[in-house]
Design a protein around this ligand. Structure first.
Ligand code: GGG
Length: 353
């Protein structure tokens, strides 16, 4: 029996809908295992800008620091996509949260539930057995370097920077995980072109010496993009930089059937943050059709990683598996063989789990 304080940070768009379901699942677990989970909520993203002018108000950050874990939704709003001159943007809240909380390791499991083998556009015989654990570095790279304009605004720049210690700490996290799995690690970079990637490779090679039982391969990011859909089962643990990880894991979501299936854990120096990898999806916001399974699986990661509740976490994953085995689907993971009465909306899918 444990007492834990969880901060719910739904953010924007479907973040609101899916996080509400993730919280219900946490409540169910608390009741089943006699834990006491208390909750508070906080603003981030567009909704925070509207309320306070700030995409991550100090109050939200303070609440995050004082919680045992954060269940987060998504940030984003289409109005900023069409306004490149906007000075304040929802995504700034997300980046500030990661930097301020020292969340340097973003863990993204690419878990393919057997029942969804047919949901992907990739052939089942290629996909069968795919199980990849991505480690995306989260507080460095081109996301956080100097950015700006020169030549009267006609030239734009974003500087990519990595320091040795930043690569070392994410590499160690990935190697530690590889030791508990198939003892295989792939480090992804672009060392034939980028200086940051040459440092990345040099550091990973040095860290690898501490893990003689882990087989390491080095791949360029372009080749990895191709191999992920050609031969996904060749990968086990993958470690890569912030931008490459962002892009490759969206691609890899197709291995799991949908972006709506992928959960993530962002960990580092303090409170862990758990969120679906998908964004705010304003095209489906308010329609009640968003897939809540990524939020539910993020809650499972929260239980496991931040609270050390392995059994509780497994219970959630098994419940998702059971619901998929029973044939229930949200729209994004349904296909032409799914009966209409098995295609559920966000809340109903949460209730089934
Ligand atoms: N739940 C993930 C999310 O809100 N993604 C929107 C976004 O702006 N992502 C950029 C990133 O993850 O670096």
């Amino acid at each position: 029996m444990a007492n834990k304080h969880i901060l719910i940070v739904p953010g924007d768009g479907i973040g609101q809908e899916v996080t509400a379901v993730g919280k219900k699942v946490l409540n169910k677990i608390a009741a089943k295992y006699s834990h006491t989970f208390t909750y508070d909520d906080a603003l981030i993203g567009h909704i925070a800008i509207e309320a306070t002018g700030n995409p991550l108000p100090d109050e939200s950050l303070e609440k995050m620091r004082n919680s045992d874990a954060v269940l987060f939704g998504a940030v984003g709003h289409p109005k900023y996509d069409n306004d490149p001159s906007a000075k304040v943007r929802p995504e700034q809240g997300l980046l500030k949260m990661r930097k301020e909380l020292g969340l340097y390791a973003n863990i993204r499991p690419i878990k393919l539930f057997d029942e969804l083998l047919g949901a992907s556009s990739i052939k089942p015989e290629i996909l069968k057995g795919a199980d990849i654990l991505f480690f995306r570095e989260l507080t460095g790279d081109i996301y956080f370097g100097e950015k700006g304009r020169k030549n009267n605004g006609d030239t734009a720049f974003d500087v990519a920077e990595y320091s040795r210690y930043e690569v070392e700490r994410i590499a160690r996290k990935a190697f530690d995980a590889a030791k508990t799995r198939r003892k295989k690690l792939c480090s992804v970079d672009k060392a034939n072109v980028l200086e940051t990637s040459r440092l990345w490779r040099d550091v990973v090679q040095k860290v690898a010496l501490e893990y003689p039982d882990v087989a390491v391969e080095y791949q360029f990011v372009d080749s990895t993009a191709m191999l992920l859909i050609k031969d996904p089962t060749r990968f086990d643990v993958v470690v890569t930089a912030n931008l490459f990880g962002d892009i490759l894991t969206d691609e890899a979501s197709q291995i799991a059937g949908s972006m709506g299936m992928l959960a993530s854990a962002s960990i580092g120096d303090g409170t862990g943050v758990y969120e679906p990898i998908h964004g705010s999806a304003h095209d489906i916001t308010g329609k009640g059709v968003a897939n809540p399974l990524a939020s539910i699986l993020s809650a499972a990661l929260l239980l496991d990683i931040s609270f050390g509740m392995k059994e509780e976490s497994e219970t959630v994953i098994n419940a998702v598996d059971k619901v998929l085995k029973a044939g229930y689907r949200t729209r994004d993971i349904a296909d032409s063989t799914t009966p209409a009465d098995k295609i559920l909306g966000t809340e109903r899918m949460g209730e089934e789990v």
